[in-house]
Design a protein around this ligand. Structure first.
Ligand SMILES: [Zn+2]
Length: 417
């Protein structure tokens, strides 16, 4: 009989999220719950999910098998966070205090704050300083149950500084448990030195940065901040097409602050994911559904930026668009590393059900990063990445209650006890 090296036992229930990905429409609420199941792993992979008695008949427990007692707990797939700006230098908490006192984002930007202030700090930081600054944030994500996340560049905006950010992502991936999916976001903003000649910056991204990033194998994805006042749909198309030619697959920041046409770009290119989408309408939702694009929604950003609205999750789900959730962790408006907080806002600000939000944070988020074959659900063949919630899954929305009891990555307990 084969031996297992990890066993999660005595859970009250296991939310497996097993089955097809992505989930859309009614499927978005399909959690596939197993009651009194154990999860057995070997070499970091799941080999069995089901009744303890069947597990005993099929597998041997060795003296050094890691036994994880989940008595009274629910076990969920490790959360996947498919949109983060976790790597950056500098500190914009002062801007936050000023915004709370009434300053607008535009006023702060005019005075040199906003993204460009993070760009200055990130350009000035060494690669090692970037790694150290970001490591604590990844640990925070892990404690909140995130076992896989996306990580973008986009605060360098020069060839060297963008490469430095992506090299920092690569080093971080090797030194801590959260698995990282790297994204090149050279088109995050027009840097100050190109404000008079934005076309020249777009050419720099296409002709210089994308080939260099691809040559070094530093990114899986190419992203653009397609938004009124940032990059136009035409510029976004050109950049994402160039990225795809170089092997960097497209994803996009779309329609966050206005109806900017980002969803059209996503649909035309068949981007893996269109993110934010506060201003998408019925036509846009139908186009994303037809093109098979995931809508990655970031309610934490809407909340902290006080945008006064949230993405129309119900419209998207009803149109058959698979919905994923992410934190948008970033220095200016993404002040939470917590997927449980994203789930909470999905339920209370976007009218999603708890089941829809959990699918959005696990299997659909894994699909948004093209990792649905490896993570996002608890089923044989996948990585043993799991979150132990101290009682029912709905405890995840009790912010402040420390619902996440322990986190398992590749069959090892990496946070909690
Ligand atoms: Zn973003």
């Amino acid at each position: 009989m084969p031996t297992i090296d990890c066993l999660i036992h005595d859970a009250s229930l296991v939310v497996t999220c097993a089955g097809p990905a992505p989930r859309r429409g009614d499927g978005q609420r399909d959690l596939r719950i197993e009651r009194s199941a154990v999860i057995a792993g070997s070499g970091g992979r799941i080999v069995f999910v089901g009744p303890a008695s069947v597990c005993r008949e099929r597998f041997t427990v060795a003296p050094d098998t890691v036994m994880i007692d989940a008595t009274g707990c629910s076990v969920l797939p490790g959360f996947v966070d498919p949109h983060t700006h976790v790597v950056f230098a500098g500190d914009r908490r002062d801007e936050l205090r000023r915004r709370l006192a009434g300053a607008t984002y535009a006023e702060i930007a005019v005075e040199g704050g906003g993204i460009l202030s993070t760009v200055r700090a990130t350009r000035a930081a060494g690669e090692e300083a970037l790694v150290q600054a970001s490591r604590g944030r990844l640990a925070e994500m892990l404690r909140n149950g995130t076992t896989t996340c996306e990580a973008k560049s986009g605060y360098g905006l020069t060839l060297e500084a963008e490469l430095k950010m992506l090299r920092a992502v690569k080093r971080l991936a090797a030194m801590q448990p959260v698995e990282l999916s790297p994204t090149f976001l050279g088109a995050h903003e027009i840097p100050a030195e190109f404000r008079q000649d934005r076309a020249a910056y777009v050419r720099q991204v296409i002709d210089v940065m994308i080939p260099a990033v691809a040559r070094e194998g530093l990114a899986e994805w190419c992203d653009v901040f397609c938004e009124t006042g940032v990059f136009t749909p035409e510029e976004s198309l050109a950049i994402l097409r160039a990225g795809r030619q170089a092997g960097l697959r497209p994803r996009i920041h779309a329609d966050e602050l206005a109806a900017s046409g980002g969803w059209r770009v996503a649909a035309e290119l068949g981007a893996r994911s269109a993110d934010h989408l506060l201003f998408i309408d019925r036509e846009g939702a139908a186009a994303l559904a037809a093109a098979g694009v995931v809508a990655t929604l970031l309610p934490i950003a809407s909340f902290y930026l006080k945008l006064g609205r949230f993405a129309p999750a119900r419209l998207l789900i009803d149109a058959g668009v698979p919905v994923a959730l992410a934190t948008d962790l970033n220095p200016g408006g993404g002040f939470s590393a917590s997927m449980p907080f994203a789930i909470t806002l999905a339920c209370f600000a976007m009218d999603m059900t708890l089941e829809e939000a959990i699918v959005a944070a696990t299997i659909n988020a894994a699909y948004a990063l093209d990792r649905q074959d490896r993570v996002g659900s608890l089923e044989p063949g996948k990585q043993l990445d799991a979150v132990l919630v101290s009682s029912e899954p709905i405890d995840l929305i009790r912010i402040g209650a420390r619902a996440v009891k322990a986190v398992v990555k590749n069959g090892k307990v990496v946070a909690g006890n």
